[in-house]
Design a protein around this ligand. Structure first.
Ligand SMILES: Nc1ncnc2c1ncn2[C@@H]1O[C@H](COP(=O)(O)OP(=O)(O)O)[C@@H](O)[C@H]1O
Ligand SMILES: [Mg+2]
Length: 259
């Protein structure tokens, strides 16, 4: 679906990402984990085409994104940041409608078909009762769902999510990740997300990439990645890894900081 080939990013001469390469198959759910400041958001922004100053190549659906207009990228890929802010008076319906614009010419208005898609996205994220509420008045979980609804209306093949659960309580974290899982299963949407919680990364991903100091440290299945040496080397934590019968994904119990 897309290929990241030898991406390097520098901010003020400081190397933030170095020779980062991987590829993602259509329909895959891939999580990126790693400490704060290791370059995860920088990587997502480069893939989404938000960071023009990088070395290397990102190929989306067979095309170099450098050669693609931002509108064309938006038809295929949507990125949601950690915290998304909507203008004060924008309603849920307005926000979700924005998702349709990458598919319209500049002079075109949204037609009936677009509004059907908007309705569907609102329903799909359980926001029908909130349709006319300003996004700014929603709780964290509702607001995150509204942004996901906008992404759905955009009908991208690839969804990039930067810490989609960070500001949510555990029930709403679960809700957002379950929604992502359903979208992947129902629509075959390819998902690349940054997660902090190792158990969530393990449970919800087909594959995990571990980032350390701007470099790809490891890449593999949750079972391959979630090991005590990885957690020790990347997070300086002791941990216990548990495999429950009939469960393919490991559970991680963090124990204590390694001195
Ligand atoms: N726009 C920017 N200008 C300068 N430095 C930046 C910028 N964005 C990120 N950085 C730096 O790059 C490093 C990686 O940041 P980031 O990709 O946000 O890490 P992560 O998402 O893994 O926490 C950090 O040291 C951060 O301070
Ligand atoms: Mg980040």
């Amino acid at each position: 679906m897309f290929i990241v080939d030898e991406i390097s990013v520098r901010y003020n001469q400081k190397v933030t990402l170095q020779n980062f390469s991987f590829s993602v198959e259509e329909g895959e759910v891939l999580s990126i984990i790693g400490p704060n400041g290791s370059g995860k958001s920088t990587l997502l922004k480069a893939i989404a085409g938000f960071t023009p100053y990088y070395e290397g190549v990102v190929v989306l659906d067979g095309e170099n994104i450098r050669a693609m207009k931002s509108k064309k990228i938006a038809q295929k890929m949507c990125m949601l940041s950690q915290k998304n802010e909507a203008p004060a008076d924008m309603t849920v319906c307005d926000l979700v409608s924005y998702g349709r614009y990458p598919h319209k010419k500049w002079y075109e208005r949204l037609n009936e078909k677009d509004m059907e898609i908007v309705e569907w996205a609102i329903q799909r994220t359980y926001l029908t009762a909130y349709k006319n509420r300003p996004v700014a008045s929603l709780s964290g979980g509702e607001s995150q769902r509204a942004w996901i609804a906008m992404a759905l209306a955009q009908q991208p093949k690839v969804l990039l999510l930067d810490e989609p659960t960070t500001y949510l309580d555990i029930a709403h974290q679960h809700e957002v990740l379950e929604l992502v899982k359903e979208l992947n299963a129902e629509m075959g949407m390819t998902v690349l997300m940054v997660l902090h919680d190792l158990n969530q990364a393990s449970q919800y991903s087909d594959r995990i990439i571990v980032v350390k100091s701007g470099e790809k440290a490891m890449d593999g299945t949750p079972k391959e990645m979630m090991t005590t040496p990885m957690i020790r080397s990347v997070y300086q934590m002791d941990a216990e890894i548990q495999f429950r019968p009939k469960e393919e994904k490991p559970r991680i119990h963090l124990l204590k900081k390694v001195n």
